[in-house]
Design a protein around this ligand. Structure first.
Ligand code: ZN
Length: 396
């Protein structure tokens, strides 16, 4: 059991200074002053001067690796546990990507299970960029209903040269099957949609909302901040159609494409334009391939997108966009939890999972990360390493 004393709790709403008691993998009690019961083996974590908030949810991570778009040697490696926990992330949704041939659902599911054994919570989307969707059982709906970890379909690519260029009707069928699969299994039934920079933009999503009875909560278009034009279209989609939009965090903020918008900036823009803070989520697109530039801007090769960028953009929401922490946290905690229907996640509340981040209240530098009641990161250092990370030092 852990007792976190005198922390400034953001649930994500501001609860003021509170003590929080954790037992097993749950949050047991939250109160202004809780007694220290050492006899019961309660270990105290001092939270004075620190903000305590829910562990982050990253709804789009290429946990198996992604890329391969410059040939086989550009396939990125699998993610390791500390790539995730060092960024305060305690829940990830894994997905395939452009390559639904050499990367498979069976492999994705196995990787997700492995990460869960190592201590975090994981889910996956069925399918890749491709249509027809490559599934494990043969059908989108069956994957969602029969496989515990599958919460939806994606990332399906639209408006991109790498997309299978589905018709509106083909796309509608995928969203419909995903929705019904979600209803029958009590899951989200969410379609994660990779938006490219083609001219169709969000037309297919608008078509679904105009022509069918499917709800906006079944579709999450991502990479909306890849260009100013798409960002503007995303803002209109959120305002006029009640749609949800996802902003990608992993681009290097010093080397954004001329038209690209940093996620925290995009969040600020959307709020100013009148979009509700409930309609926006962030995800990292972590472990996909990313170009690396030298300080003078010359291309030096390919790197790997970082899950830790999710935290950076949340923090920049506070430090750069001057949003209250309770608002900056929404796209990475409560909003993805609601859309993905993860009822135990995204909030600090009695009975919820003990997924927490303790950070300096001013700098927001991460101090402690707790996943399912276990301390993963302590004093900003990795405490629990992934299976093969732990052995790194012993290898010759
Ligand atoms: Zn994508």
């Amino acid at each position: 059991m852990y007792l976190i004393k005198h922390a400034h709790v953001f649930a994500p709403e501001d609860l003021g200074i509170m003590d929080v008691l954790l037992g097993g993998n749950r949050i047991l009690k939250i109160a202004p002053e809780l007694p220290v019961e050492e006899a019961y083996g309660v270990e105290v974590i001092e939270g004075k001067g620190k903000a305590l908030f829910p562990g982050l949810i990253d709804g789009h991570v290429h946990i198996l690796g992604g890329g391969g778009e410059g040939g086989p040697k550009t396939r990125t490696p699998e993610i390791v546990l500390s790539d995730i926990t060092l960024g305060g992330v305690t829940t990830v949704v894994g997905c395939l990507g452009t390559d639904g041939c050499t990367r498979t659902m069976a492999n994705l599911l196995a990787k997700a299970r492995g990460l869960e054994e190592e201590g975090i919570t994981t889910y996956v989307y069925t399918g890749s960029y491709q249509v027809p969707v490559k599934t494990l059982t043969g059908f989108v709906m069956d994957d969602i209903i029969l496989l515990d970890k599958v919460v939806g379909t994606g990332e399906i690519a639209l408006s991109d040269h790498r997309s299978s260029q589905p018709t509106k009707e083909e796309f509608a069928k995928i969203v419909a099957d995903t929705r019904v699969g979600g209803i029958l299994s009590g899951k989200a039934g969410l379609v994660n949609i990779h938006m490219g920079d083609g001219k169709g933009k969000l037309d297919f999503l608008k078509y679904i909302l105009e022509e069918t009875q499917i709800s906006a909560a079944n579709m999450l278009p991502t990479h909306i901040n890849r260009s100013r034009t798409l960002m503007q279209e995303g803002i209109e989609y959120a305002k006029d159609f009640g749609g949800y939009i996802d902003l990608t965090t992993s681009s290097d903020p010093d080397f954004l494409e001329p038209e690209e918008v940093k996620a925290s900036t995009g969040f600020g823009m959307a709020l100013k334009a009148g979009v509700s803070s409930d309609q926006i989520t962030f995800s990292s697109d972590g472990q996909g391939s990313l170009p690396i530039f030298s300080p003078d801007g010359t291309f030096c090769g390919l790197g790997v997108g970082k899950v830790t960028s999710l935290y950076r953009e949340m923090r920049d929401g506070v430090l750069t966009e001057k949003l209250p922490l309770s608002v900056a946290l929404k796209p990475v905690t409560i909003n993805p939890a609601k859309l993905l229907k993860l009822s135990q996640k995204g909030r600090i509340e009695e009975g919820k999972d003990a997924d927490l981040v303790l950070a300096d209240e001013n700098s927001l530098e991460i101090d402690t990360v707790i996943a399912m009641g276990k301390i993963m990161v302590c004093n900003g250092q990795v405490l629990i390493k992934g299976t093969f990370e732990a052995q790194k030092n012993h290898n010759r």
